[in-house]
Write a protein of this length. Sequence first.
Length: 108
Amino acid sequence: MDQEQRQYHRIRYPLREQPTLLWAGKSYAVIEVSARGLRYRSSGRTPPLPGSSVRGALRFRRGVQVNVEAKVMRVQDEEVALYLCDEIPFTVLMAEQRYLHSHYPMWS
């Protein structure tokens, strides 16, 4: 799916700013986030199967934490794409976007 077909804008993170997905007693680096989805690295651990459910917390670097419930949509290499049952609050996403634009103007 190319960028023009995506329903939600995605926020991609530089390595040092990546949020953390806390799930099943483990933590995972989150590569990108949108209002209804996220993509994380399984980091050598066995990834969940497509179609399975995930419940956990998404912790952003500046302290905001959002509880998430999601369905595994895709597993490719060591990356897992989740579709969130509920949207990440718009205010959280905007704060993340503003922070990244001000601290990493060439990144996004």
